[in-house]
Design a protein. Structure first.
Length: 214
């Protein structure tokens, strides 16, 4: 009796499945087709991104290898165009090349490029923090205390690996401004931080002993 019941239940279940597929044939085909189309679109887009990356890489390499002092302005314009493509690798590299070779003299224009890289490009958090730190270093000699703090705040308020670097930069800034009390505060924050870079902690301790006898 139990076997007969099991057979009936199994046949009923199979009949329900056949009935479901029969009555939902169009819906199931539509769902399957959509999945296939999405997969194809994904792989096409992924291939497109890879080709685009290779193209930008080739453009960057061509620009920097062809650079000379005679074509500095042309090189700068070409690198600015690369930055505008908002590539996570070659936009920052283009900016660094411009800064390292002083291809743009106006700080305001360089800062505009920094803002594009920092604000408009999806980057790993620590890569972004590194670029923020580089922006602060670039501006440290030409801006006020508050402006420098505004740039560094995203790092100073975090537990970033670049935080101790940012604190040391602020200590340097106040030392050069002859504000030794504030410089000391930042040095002490480095020393007291458990996450501080070891070399920077040692440097902060050395400065505190040399300047303040601590």
């Amino acid at each position: 009796m139990d076997e007969e019941t099991a057979i009936v239940n199994n046949n009923t279940r199979n009949e329900k499945i056949r009935f479901f597929f029969k009555n939902n044939k169009r819906l199931l085909i539509s769902i399957f087709s959509s999945i296939v189309i999405l997969l194809i679109a994904y792989f096409i887009f992924d291939e497109y991104k890879e080709k685009k990356k290779i193209k930008i890489s080739n453009q960057y390499n061509s620009i920097v290898t062809g650079y000379s002092k005679n074509n500095a302005e042309t090189t700068a314009q070409a690198l600015i165009k690369l930055i505008s493509k908002k590539d996570s690798t070659y936009s920052p590299l283009s900016l660094y090349f411009i800064i390292d070779n002083k291809l743009i003299k106006e700080p305001s224009k360089v800062n505009e490029l920094f803002d594009i890289v920092i604000e408009d490009i999806y980057l790993d958090r620590e890569i972004k923090n590194l670029i923020i730190y580089k922006k602060a270093m670039y501006n440290a000699d030409i801006i006020s205390e508050n402006e420098l703090l505004d740039i560094l705040n995203p790092i100073l308020k975090s537990e970033s690996v670049w935080k101790s670097h940012a604190l040391l930069l602020m200590a340097d800034f106040f030392e050069h401004s002859n504000n030794l009390i504030k410089s000391k505060d930042f040095l002490e924050e480095i020393v007291n931080s458990e996450l501080a870079n070891n070399e920077i902690r040692i440097e902060a301790e050395r400065r505190l002993k040399r300047k303040f006898g601590e």
